[in-house]
Ligand binder design. Structure first.
Ligand SMILES: *[C@@H]1O[C@H](CO)[C@@H](O)[C@H](O)[C@H]1NC(C)=O
Ligand SMILES: *[C@@H]1O[C@H](CO)[C@@H](O)[C@H](O)[C@H]1NC(C)=O
Ligand SMILES: *[C@@H]1O[C@H](CO)[C@@H](O)[C@H](O)[C@H]1NC(C)=O
Ligand SMILES: *[C@@H]1O[C@H](CO)[C@@H](O)[C@H](O)[C@H]1NC(C)=O
Ligand SMILES: *[C@@H]1O[C@H](CO)[C@@H](O)[C@H](O)[C@H]1NC(C)=O
Ligand SMILES: *[C@@H]1O[C@H](CO)[C@@H](O)[C@H](O)[C@H]1NC(C)=O
Ligand SMILES: *[C@@H]1O[C@H](CO)[C@@H](O)[C@H](O)[C@H]1NC(C)=O
Ligand SMILES: *[C@@H]1O[C@H](CO)[C@@H](O)[C@H](O)[C@H]1NC(C)=O
Length: 273
């Protein structure tokens, strides 16, 4: 039997994209408008800078279409984007999108745009390490098809960026708080919230109960540097689907790692701040 996390990566690569599909004109125009709206450093961009009128947009770098030519994936990670996404952005008119990746850009602590609510078919949303800031947009709670949410906000393992970003208005879960987030996304298998500010000390203490009661089928969880403390609730030990768990840089000193022997957890790490 394959481990769960392997299933997930196989499944997610099955959202088929076809580079031979013929791009639909109005969606091509939306992409060109998006390129025009985005503020990005052209010489440092390997994908966006190549988009132009001439080609079939389904063949553009970072763009994936379904068999009918609808744009279903947009991977604009590490494209030196520094702004240009507001509520009326063309991005939010690409209503067929399943996967959106804006990781590793620098949005200069701008909030996540409320326009995200228009992308109701999103299954994968990745806004990690993109320097979004402030309150996590409540509109994310309405994305009921999400299978993976990554809004990690912290340069994992990179000490230089780590200190750079420490006190710089990170994303915070305040309203919505953690419970509202997972209470609205109950089917969510993968949740990555590294470095997100869980503002309530009640939730920092109760997080394991909150996660286990609302996300009983969770397979991947990463909550590094969220100022969490223990103890871990019994119900958390019963999360049998969990195969990836990262909790580094919290104060979980009371956790006895031996207890994890009863789990099927890979890549788990523990540490305290
Ligand atoms: C959004 O940005 C565009 C330019 O990219 C601008 O024309 C428009 O006025 C902005 N809309 C809002 C609501 O800020
Ligand atoms: C359009 O982009 C393609 C690569 O995607 C490039 O080969 C071609 O030269 C570009 N055309 C123009 C007019 O920029
Ligand atoms: C981003 O792209 C640059 C090249 O422009 C590359 O050197 C760097 O490793 C990339 N970073 C990530 C996180 O992919
Ligand atoms: C959203 O997904 C559903 C089910 O897969 C599909 O029927 C619908 O057409 C999709 N909507 C868009 C705008 O792609
Ligand atoms: C989000 O995107 C980054 C950059 O592509 C990647 O390293 C990271 O694993 C992605 N997160 C998830 C949950 O797939
Ligand atoms: C869902 O989110 C709303 C806020 O948008 C919140 O009021 C509600 O309590 C949440 N539901 C659960 C079950 O947490
Ligand atoms: C968790 O999985 C079980 C068994 O597949 C299913 O019956 C249940 O509805 C799932 N719960 C949630 C909240 O998705
Ligand atoms: C987290 O949010 C709280 C409440 O808004 C604030 O007092 C604290 O400074 C924030 N922590 C960080 C690291 O930004």
């Amino acid at each position: 039997m394959l481990p769960n996390f392997l299933f997930i990566s196989i499944l997610s690569s099955f959202i088929l994209t076809h580079s031979h599909s013929q791009c639909i004109d109005y969606q091509k125009n939306l992409l060109l408008q998006l390129k025009n709206e985005l503020i990005f450093n052209s010489p440092l961009s390997s994908k966006l800078s190549q988009w132009n009128q001439t080609d079939n947009c389904c063949k553009w770098q970072g763009v994936g279409c379904d068999v009918s030519g609808n744009v279903v994936t947009l991977q604009l990670n590490n494209e030196s984007i520094s702004g240009g996404v507001n509520d009326s952005s063309s991005l939010f008119k690409l209503e067929h999108l399943h996967k959106l990746n804006l990781a590793y850009n620098d949005f200069k602590r701008a909030p996540i745009s409320k326009g995200i609510r228009s992308l109701t078919n999103l299954t994968h949303l990745n806004l990690s390490y993109a320097a979004f800031g402030g309150q996590v947009a409540a509109e994310i709670l309405s994305l009921k098809r999400l299978g993976s949410l990554d809004i990690s906000n912290d340069y994992r393992g990179n000490a230089r960026y780590h200190t750079l970003l420490l006190n710089m208005n990170p994303l915070k879960l305040d309203h919505p708080n953690l419970e509202m987030l997972v209470g609205n996304l109950t089917g969510l298998p993968e949740l990555y919230l590294d470095g997100v500010n869980v503002t309530s000390s009640h939730e920092r203490k109760e997080w394991s109960r909150v996660i286990s009661s609302f996300l009983p089928n969770i397979t991947g969880l990463s909550l590094c540097r969220c100022s969490l403390f223990g103890p871990l609730f019994k119900s958390f030990w019963k999360l049998r689907s969990l195969s990836v768990l990262r909790l580094d840089l919290n104060d979980l000193s009371r956790v006895v790692p031996d207890m994890f022997a009863s789990f099927d957890i890979r890549y788990s790490k523990f540490g305290k701040s």
